[in-house]
Design a protein around this ligand. Sequence first.
Ligand SMILES: [Zn+2]
Length: 158
Amino acid sequence: MVLDRDTNIHPEIWELLNEVPDPEIPAINLVELGVIRTVERTDDGTIYIVITPTYTGCPAKQLFKDLILEKLAEYGHHKVEITSRLNPAWTTDWMSDATKEKLLKIGISPPSVGDRVIVCPQCKSTDTKLLSPFGSVACQSMYSCNTCKEPFSYFKCH
Ligand SMILES: [Zn+2]
């Protein structure tokens, strides 16, 4: 039984996965995003990867798979099986604080689950309002800040 995100198992594969950017937020990679759950490798060299998409309706799901396959193929790994696991659902808790900091720096508010207060990534004001449930990409919503008047993206989870 491989534990979720155990990067001690096949660290060489995790290292490659670290190079796969999130197609929607290229500043962070799929490992930082928490999308990659487990990596296993059988004796015949087949690599099994389990991913949990960030959002149930996430159109990037297929793209995640393609990008992973492409990256691994680049390094000679051609026998790769990727499965999606929806339960437990992805949560922003799977992102490290460093990753959340990174998102804030590029103007994306990463909430913690259950946290209904949306914080402005620019000025940290909690006085924000929803502009549109769909942002530039499907996994984000557009908000605007009543304090600094700047619009920003909010990471949607389920
Ligand atoms: Zn603000």
